[in-house]
Ligand binder design. Structure first.
Ligand code: CUA
Length: 167
């Protein structure tokens, strides 16, 4: 009995690893849990951690809250031609987002972090609307992703980057 279960587990894992390696098929998202009731209070998605930061090793991470009916921050600075990790969380209901002109498209489900790795090709302002009906203000829920050239994408002393121009 236990041998049978063992074989089943091993073969299932083997199949997942095989398809992941050979066919680029992965689980739908990184399953990373977060307490939606405490998002604003402390930790990664507290207000002072939102937006774009550059770590000491040069990696760029952007953290955004999707909530009824806005994205916070409203303007999201990202660098051109450099890998970016986008991380989203919702404290209330299911939202979704896409960034126009890119392949970024994800759901944001309360209780989980939605993570996307991407790279932006061209500079300029891109519209990021919510694309999952989330209530009466759904159509008003959008943000701007501002793709900045290297000479404009400058972290401050705390490693934070800000949008440079009005939009
Ligand atoms: Cu948020 Cu629609």
């Amino acid at each position: 009995m236990s041998v049978g279960v063992g074989i089943l587990i091993v073969s299932t894992l083997g199949l997942i690893i095989f398809t992941a390696l050979t066919r680029g098929i992965n689980p739908p998202s990184n399953v990373e849990r977060i307490d939606p009731k405490k998002l604003h209070l402390s930790g990664e998605f507290a207000e002072h951690n939102l937006g774009t930061t550059v770590a000491a090793d040069g990696s760029v991470v952007t953290r955004v809250i999707a909530t009824q009916f806005m994205f916070s921050p409203h303007c999201i600075p990202v660098p051109q031609g450099r890998p970016v990790t986008l991380r989203f969380a919702s404290p209330d209901v299911i939202h979704g987002l896409l960034i126009t002109g890119t392949n970024v498209n994800t759901m944001v489900i309360p209780g989980y972090v939605a993570q996307v790795h991407t790279e932006f090709v061209r500079t300029g302002n891109l519209l990021m609307p919510c694309h999952e009906f989330c209530g009466l203000g759904h159509s008003e829920m959008w943000a701007i992703v501002q793709v900045l050239a290297a000479n404009e994408f400058k972290p401050d002393a705390d490693g934070r980057v800000h949008c440079v121009s009005e939009y």
